[in-house]
Design a protein around this ligand. Structure first.
Ligand code: TXA
Ligand code: MG
Length: 319
């Protein structure tokens, strides 16, 4: 069973030995390994049970280091990096050959981000290699936002989880790339479109799935609890289920139709950032209840509400 602790030195030693460890970030916890070591990268795919066609994000702690992993930094990408790194934003760049093809699943681009978390930054600064890190959940399941989430699901396969508390943003980073046609967001996430557009102008969003997605975080069914999640109101679902068999994921209000202990309220004050921070833990709590279905309410389609709704739609999709 993985040990959970706050010892950066210990995490560093495991990583230098080619092991993979749980790493806190402000978005979600990552399953980190030496991005320059193909054996460590293979281990990440294996522990996560992740298909090898789904590329990994490379984490580093400075733009100078990032420059050594990429062929060029397009000018708008540099502006974003300077403005928003460290932070919940991943940028795609033309890949330099020092990054193994396994990391990018053979694509000629590499995804890079600098996470905004003191322990992650301390760890990255102490290493002479970057860290490949997908979210530390079994492929397709809800991402972890605490060290305990990681240990519960992957703990028998990894030696250590670095504990940095609850992830403050709570949903994965936004992924943006630059093409001749302009900036494209491939995954909605912890950095809102509004903030990106203030720096680089209009961006297009291409995060909805096809059968052969460029970014499988875009697979329609993803981030999913094991119980069926329905985008319905409690009243609608009560036509076919008893109240004691229904869990509720609500934005701000409790319903009187369902027992209160079966409800997760994301933000009593209606704060979308707080809702994002609580989202995945709430989904896990509902998944652990003795109910047959979970009903969820969509949030306003603005700011991080878009990214939350994207997660809820994918969690609800059974295709
Ligand atoms: O917030 C986050 O980004 C977290 C933390 C740990 O940093 N990481 C994360 O990684 O969410 P993961 O592996 O769960 O999701 C990474 C997404 C995948 O959907 C993958 O397809 C996409 O990034 N991706 C990675 N490299 C790519 C590339 N070169 N082109 C397009 N998509 C890429
Ligand atoms: Mg993931």
């Amino acid at each position: 069973m993985a040990q959970i602790g706050t010892d950066v030195q210990k995490a560093k030693e495991y990583l230098e030995q080619g092991e993979v460890v749980g790493m806190p970030t402000e978005t979600v916890y990552g399953l980190a390994g030496n991005a320059l070591n193909p054996d460590a990268v293979l281990k990440i795919f294996k522990v996560k049970n992740r298909p090898s066609f789904d590329p990994l994000i490379v984490h580093t702690d400075s733009i100078d280091k990032a420059e050594t992993f990429v062929k060029t930094i397009p000018e708008p990408a540099r502006r974003l990096a300077e403005r928003f790194w460290p932070g919940p934003l991943t940028v795609l760049f033309p890949k330099e050959s020092i990054i193994p093809d396994l990391v990018s699943s053979g694509l000629d681009t590499v995804a890079i981000r600098i996470p905004q978390h003191p322990l992650a930054l301390k760890l990255l600064a102490s290493l002479d290699f970057p860290l490949a890190a997908p979210s530390a959940n079994p492929f397709g399941y809800i991402s972890p936002t605490t060290a305990r989430h990681v240990a519960e699901q992957l703990g028998d396969q990894i030696p250590y989880v670095l504990d940095g508390g609850s992830s403050q943003v709570g949903i994965e980073s936004t992924i943006i790339g630059f093409t001749e046609g302009g900036p494209i967001v491939y995954r909605l996430g912890g950095m809102s479109l509004e903030k990106l557009e203030a720096i680089v102008g209009k961006v297009s969003v291409r995060s909805h799935s096809t059968s052969n997605p460029k970014a499988p975080g875009m697979l329609s069914s993803h981030y999913a609890p094991r119980k069926p999640l329905l985008l319905k109101t409690p009243a609608e679902v009560l036509a076919s289920h008893k109240p004691e068999r229904v869990g509720v994921l609500a934005f701000e209000e409790i319903t009187r139709l369902i027992p209160v202990e079966q409800q997760q309220i994301l933000s009593i004050s209606g704060d979308i950032s707080e809702a994002a921070k609580n989202l995945f833990a709430a989904m896990r709590a509902l998944d652990a209840l003795n109910v047959d279905v979970i009903v969820a309410e969509l949030l306003p389609e603005m700011g991080l509400g878009r990214a939350i709704n994207d997660r809820l739609r994918r969690a609800a999709f059974k295709g």
